[in-house]
Design a protein around this ligand. Sequence first.
Ligand code: HEC
Length: 128
Amino acid sequence: MKRESRGLPKPWWYMAGIGCVLLTTALAASRGVAERGRPVYQRYCAPCHGSSGTGSGYNAPALQELKITPRNHTQKEVMQRLTDEELYRAIAYGRVDLRKRAVMPAWGRTLTPEQIWDLIAYIRTLAR
Ligand code: HEC
């Protein structure tokens, strides 16, 4: 009885694990296309976040007067802590901090979900 409860042989688990990783990667990759996100980012996001994502666009000095800094998308350690879902929420619904006022606009009415996923794919390339 004890022997049977040991379950499936090890190689099977390795294969299942690799399969899961491949599937997750494929799903994540199919969500957004960085090349499509680039022009959208340059048009809508660069004014604050800067054309290379460092948070120094031409609107940044005006925001600094309110003691607000647009997120620097090239900071790897910071960006790695944010999941794609968190990025999606921030972009689609904005960041409304009542102490700081609404500073990161909500783009959910301007951009389609596809465009937002493309933006996320593009933002991920900035932090490399
Ligand atoms: C009016 C200036 C402005 C524009 C335009 C703007 N942002 Fe932001 N964004 C900000 C500011 C300011 C913050 C920091 C908010 C905070 O600290 O709460 C921010 C934060 C973020 C964050 C980080 C949210 C988090 O949870 O840390 C993401 C992602 C982001 N912006 C993406 C974008 C994208 C994509 C666009 C273009 C569609 C865009 N932003 C356009 C000002 C802007």
